[in-house]
Design a protein around this ligand. Structure first.
Ligand code: COA
Ligand code: AMP
Length: 633
C-alpha cells in the first residue's frame, strides 16, 4: 500500500494543479483563481492566475473575524531590554491598519516599494503586513548590513518610503540604525520621499525635518487602511540575497502562491495546529524571518514569537529553554549554529534542568547543513524530533525535510531527508544526465517549481534565466551539490558557486573580493570559506600586493578587514586575511579556490592537473598555517 507521503508526493508532481488547487482552499480569495498553473511562458510559471486576494487579510483580519481576536498574534521577548509584549490579533489588525494608513498618506500605493530596515521588534512585522495590506511591495534589509549594501538595495528597489528604527540591540550592544540609514540615503542615487522612524528609548534618532516622520505620531494621525485586493501574481515582497557578485539578487515573491504554500507547510511540514505557538529564532531580514516569523504562523492562525536576543549571552545558554517554557512554544525553528553556540557553553545541558519543556514538540534546523554531532546532541537533550530541512531564499519554503504533518521518516544523520511534495529533485552531472544513486552532482528541481518559489528576479528576468535556468534546461539550478541515496534521502554537501554560509547567513565571497580589490595596495585577491566550529564557515582572504607597497602586512590586513565591515557590514564576519606572493591558478588563469579551501580545512585533495605551478600550493599551506589553518598540510 502506498503511504500518505507517496500519495501526496506523486500527486504533487504528476498533477500539480489538482494538488495545489486543493491546498488553495485554505486561503480566502476575493476572486477564486481561474487557472491554478499558467505554463504558457516557461520557465516563467505563474500560480493562481485570475485569483485576487489580500495577504494581510489572510494573515490578520480573517482571524479576528473568526474567533481569534483575543488570541496572541505576536509575542515579543527582548531579554536585554527586559521587555515582553503580547499583541493580540485584534490589536495587530488595528496597528497594521493605522500604519498602512500612514504609508498611504506618505504616497505609497499598490505596487510601490517600501524598504524596511528594522531590528527584531514587532514593528518590523507590522510594517511588512501594512505593506501587504495596501498592496505595496516590501523589501526588508537585514540590520547587520552596512550603509553601502542598504544603498545598493535602495537604488534597485526605488522605495517611496523607508521604514526604520532609531536603534537595534545586538546581544548587549545598542546599535544606532538611523545614522546608517542617513548615510545610505546620502550614498543613493534614488532618494525616498520619506522615512518613518520608530524611536526606541535606548538611542533616540535625530530627525530630518520634512523627510523623516515619527512612527507613533504619524500612525496615530492616519486614517486606518482597508485591505486592498491584489492579483495572486502581484509581488508581495522583494528579498535581496547574495549572488556571485557584489550586486545582490532581488528575489520576488508573489501574493497567491506564497499564501497557499506557507499555509500548507504549517500543517504538513511543521505539524502545527492553529492557536499554537511557533518560534523561528532568526531575523526578519532573512527568508526564514519572512516565512516563519511573519507570514507562515499568522496565515495559519498561530502565535508567532519574536526574540530580540541571542542563543548565548542574553543572559546565558538557557535563553532558548526559558523562551520555550515561558511562552509555551510548540515548535522552534533555528539554524544549527545557534545550537552549536549553546552546546559549546553548556555541553551537559545543565541549563535545561531549570525549565519545564513539557509542551515542546519539535525542533527544525535549516540555513546550513546540520552536522550530525549537533543534531544528536539536540535530540538527546531535548528528547523531541530534530529535523534538518533544506531550503533557500529563492524557494521560500523547504525543498526537503521530514514532514512531521504527513509522516516521520527514520532520521539519517547528515541528510535533509526526502523531497517535500511539490519538489521534483534530481541530481545531474555536467552533461545534464541523472547520476546513479549516491553519486554527487548538481542538485536541480524539475520545472515547474511549486507555489511560493520565486517567479523571477526583480527587474531582472535575464539574470533569472542566466542564474537558475540556463545550465540545466527544464530544471531550476539550486546552486547546491549533493546526492540522493537509494532510499531517496537528499544530502546537501556544498555550493557549486562562491556562496558561503556564515552562522546560517548566506554571503558572497565574490562580493568580498570586489571590496578587497578596491584597496589601493591590493593587486589580486581571493576569498574562501574555511570551516569554523561555531559558525560552520567563516571567510578568509588572500591578498597579493602591488609592487612597491611599503605598508606592513599587518596594517594592510587591518585595513581590508575594516573595509569589508564598512562596505558589506559586520554580518560578513570578515576578520581573517593573509598576504601571499601569488595565488594558485589553472593554466587558463582561474583561481583554485576549491583547492585552497581543502588545504585550509585539512581535507585530502589532489593537485589539479590543470594547475599552472604546483609549487604555489605549499606556499599557500604555510600562509594558512600562520593563521591556525591547514594543520595537516
Ligand atoms: N544588526 C547589526 N549587527 C548585527 C546584526 C544586526 N541585526 N546581526 C548581527 N550583527 C553583527 C554582530 O553584532 C556581530 O558583530 P561583531 O563583529 O561586532 O561582533 C557580527 O554581525 C556577526 O554576527 P553573528 O554572525 O550573529 O555572530 P555573533 O558572534 O554575534 O553570534 C551566534 C554567533 C551563533 C550566536 C549567532 O550567529 C546566532 O545566534 N545565530 C543564529 C542563527 C540565525 O539567526 N540564522 C539566521 C538564518 S536561520
Ligand atoms: P539562504 O538563501 O540564505 O536560505 O541560503 C540557502 C543555502 O543555505 C542553500 O542553498 C544551502 O547551501 C544552505 N542550506 C540551507 N539549509 C540547508 C540544510 N538544511 N542543509 C544544507 N545546506 C543548507
Amino acid at each position: 500500500m502506498t503511504s500518505l507521503y507517496e500519495q501526496m508526493f506523486s500527486q504533487s508532481v504528476n498533477d500539480p494543479e489538482a494538488f495545489w488547487g486543493e491546498a488553495a482552499k485554505a486561503i480566502d480569495w476575493v476572486k477564486t483563481p481561474t487557472q491554478v498553473l499558467d505554463s504558457s511562458n516557461p520557465p516563467f510559471y505563474r500560480w493562481f492566475r485570475g485569483g485576487v486576494l489580500n495577504t494581510c487579510y489572510n494573515a490578520v483580519d480573517r482571524h479576528v473575524e473568526r474567533g481569534r481576536a483575543d488570541q496572541a498574534a505576536i509575542i515579543y521577548d527582548s531579554p536585554v531590554t527586559g521587555v515582553v509584549r503580547t499583541i493580540t490579533y485584534r490589536e495587530l489588525q488595528g496597528q497594521v491598519a493605522q500604519f498602512g494608513g500612514l504609508l498611504r498618506k506618505l504616497g505609497v500605493g499598490k505596487g510601490d516599494r517600501v524598504i524596511i530596515y528594522m531590528p527584531m521588534i514587532p514593528e518590523a512585522v507590522i510594517a511588512m503586513l501594512s505593506c501587504a495590506r495596501i498592496g505595496a511591495v516590501h523589501s526588508v534589509v537585514f540590520g547587520g548590513f552596512a550603509p553601502s549594501e542598504l544603498s545598493t538595495r535602495i537604488n534597485d528597489a526605488k522605495p517611496k518610503v523607508i521604514v526604520s528604527a532609531s536603534c537595534g540591540i545586538e546581544g548587549k550592544k545598542v546599535l544606532p540604525y538611523k545614522p546608517m540609514l542617513d548615510q545610505a540615503i546620502d550614498l543613493s542615487i534614488h532618494k525616498p520621499g520619506h522615512t518613518v522612524i520608530y524611536q526606541r528609548p535606548q538611542a533616540e534618532a535625530s530627525m530630518v525635518a520634512g523627510r523623516d516622520v515619527d512612527w507613533v505620531e504619524g500612525a496615530a494621525a492616519a486614517a486606518p487602511a482597508e485591505c486592498v485586493p491584489v492579483d495572486a501574481t502581484d509581488p508581495l515582497y522583494i528579498l535581496y540575497t547574495s549572488g556571485t557578485t557584489g550586486q545582490p539578487k532581488g528575489i520576488v515573491r508573489d501574493n497567491g502562491g506564497h499564501a497557499v504554500a506557507l499555509t500548507w507547510t504549517m500543517k504538513y511540514m511543521y505539524n502545527m495546529q492553529p492557536g499554537e505557538r511557533f518560534w523561528a529564532a532568526s531575523d526578519v531580514g532573512w527568508v526564514v524571518g519572512h516565512s516563519y516569523i511573519c507570514y507562515g504562523p499568522l496565515l495559519y492562525g498561530c502565535t508567532t514569537v519574536m526574540f530580540e536576543g541571542k542563543p548565548v549571552g542574553t543572559p546565558d545558554p538557557g535563553a532558548f529553554w526559558r523562551m520555550i517554557s515561558q511562552h509555551k512554544i510548540a515548535t522552534l525553528f533555528t539554524a544549527p549554529t545557534a545550537f552549536r553556540a549553546i552546546k559549546r557553553e553548556d555541553p551537559d545541558g545543565e541549563f535545561l534542568k531549570k525549565y519545564d519543556l513539557g509542551g515542546f514538540r519539535a525542533l527544525f534546523l535549516a540555513g546550513e547543513r546540520s552536522d550530525p554531532d549537533t543534531l544528536m546532541w539536540a535530540e538527546t537533550k531535548l528528547n523531541v524530533p530534530v529535523i534538518d530541512h533544506w531550503w533557500q531564499t529563492e524557494t521560500g519554503w523547504a525543498i526537503s525535510g521530514n514532514p512531521l504533518g504527513i509522516c516521520k521518516f527514520k532520521v539519517k544523520y547528515g541528510s535533509a531527508t526526502k523531497p517535500l511534495p511539490g519538489w521534483d529533485v534530481r541530481v545531474l552531472n555536467a552533461e545534464q544526465q541523472q547520476v546513479p544513486d549516491g553519486d554527487i552532482g548538481a542538485i536541480v528541481v524539475k520545472l515547474p517549481m511549486p507555489p511560493g518559489s520565486l517567479p523571477t528576479l526583480w527587474n531582472a528576468d535575464d539574470r533569472f534565466l542566466k542564474s537558475y535556468m540556463a545550465d540545466y534546461p527544464g530544471y531550476y539550478q539550486t546552486g547546491d551539490a549533493g546526492f540522493i541515496d537509494e532510499d531517496g534521502y537528499i544530502s546537501i554537501m556544498a555550493r557549486t558557486d562562491d556562496i558561503i554560509n556564515v552562522a546560517g547567513h548566506r554571503l558572497s565571497t565574490g562580493g568580498m573580493e570586489e571590496v578587497l580589490s578596491g584597496h589601493q595596495s591590493v593587486a589580486e585577491c581571493a576569498v574562501i570559506g574555511v570551516a569554523d566550529q561555531l559558525k560552520g564557515q567563516v571567510p578568509l582572504g588572500f591578498l597579493v600586493l602591488k609592487a612597491g607597497v611599503k605598508k606592513s602586512h599587518d596594517e594592510i590586513v587591518k585595513e581590508v578587514v575594516a573595509l569589508v565591515r564598512e562596505k558589506i557590514g559586520p554580518v560578513a564576519d570578515f576578520k581573517r586575511a593573509v598576504v601571499v606572493e601569488r595565488l594558485p591558478k589553472t593554466r587558463s588563469g582561474k583561481i583554485l579556490r576549491g583547492t585552497m579551501q581543502k588545504i585550509a580545512d585539512s581535507v585530502e585533495y589532489k593537485c589539479p592537473a590543470t594547475i599552472d605551478d604546483p609549487a604555489i600550493l605549499p606556499e599557500i599551506a604555510e600562509a594558512l598555517k600562520s593563521l591556525g589553518y591547514a594543520k595537516s598540510a
